[in-house]
Write a protein that binds this ligand. Structure first.
Ligand code: GLP
Length: 246
């Protein structure tokens, strides 16, 4: 995994948007996998800007989202469906028929996971997978301990993740479970771009980059990926080289 440290969040976000834009220019029908969270917002903003002012088109691309809370309908205001629509999909020329987000309200969640995994295979796999990083090293909603050979499935969220995400929910209670694309699904992507910003990610970054490849730090798996990059701002890289990786 190649690590690139950028001076700040904005330059990191612009560089991430450039990776996506370049991929689209080379292959307009590329298959993208995208995260939610605060980290990718700068990249999304820049992509929307490139769409509006430079004519960057997403019309032939396919989009998959990494995860969704279990139990939330697609129109729930804290759902990742709504989040992605408001921050990207609704602001570009993406074709709604080619936007996939796991359905957290599916009557049979296991069947929904199988359907989602099959849709990825049907699309020919993921060309570029952009990831955020949890403070505990999670990617998507693959929490520490997630098997590297896992596919899209229902997972239990850790208490720490629920606490970090609690503010988006009434009475500060985040759902206990989610649907996430699996570790093997992510690993099968042709290119992976992991983004991390801020000092609260510095420990997870150091553990992923400098610690052993271990299921206890999900992002460490990417060190074995043939084409993975880590884009960081200086704050997120502030624990690197200090020998503090656990
Ligand atoms: C959430 C999401 C992840 C995201 C991560 C980091 O729990 N499920 O896909 O990458 O947390 O979020 P943020 O970028 O807001 O720190």
């Amino acid at each position: 995994m190649r690590a690139h440290v950028f001076p700040d969040y904005e330059t990191m976000s612009t560089a991430a948007a450039d990776v996506v834009a370049q991929g689209l220019e080379e292959n307009p029908s590329m298959v993208l996998m995208l995260p939610t969270g605060i980290t990718p917002l700068g990249m999304c903003l820049r992509l929307v800007e490139m769409h509006r002012s430079e004519g960057l088109s997403f019309a032939d691309a396919t989009f998959f989202n990494l995860d969704e809370y279990l139990g939330l309908r697609p129109d729930h205001e804290a759902s990742y469906h709504v989040y992605m629509k408001e921050n990207l999909y609704g602001l570009i020329d993406a074709d709604p028929a080619w936007i996939f987000v796991p359905d957290g309200a599916a009557p049979d969640p296991e069947a929904e996971c199988e359907r989602y995994e099959a849709a990825i295979v049907e699309a020919g796999g993921i060309d570029v997978c952009v990831l955020g990083l949890g403070r505990n090293g999670h990617i998507g909603f693959n929490e520490p301990g997630a098997p590297f050979d896992s596919l899209t499935r229902v997972v239990q969220l850790s208490e720490s993740t629920r606490k970090v995400n609690a503010g988006d929910f009434e009475a500060d209670r985040a759902p206990e479970r989610a649907i996430t694309v699996g570790m093997a699904t992510i690993f099968g992507s042709k290119e992976v771009l992991l983004l991390a910003s801020g000092t609260n990610k510095a420990g997870a970054v150091a553990a992923a980059v400098e610690g052993d490849v271990s299921e206890s730090v999900p992002a460490s798996m990417l060190k074995n990926h043939p084409n993975a990059s880590l884009f960081l701002d200086e704050d997120a890289g502030s624990d690197l080289g200090r020998g503090v990786a656990g």
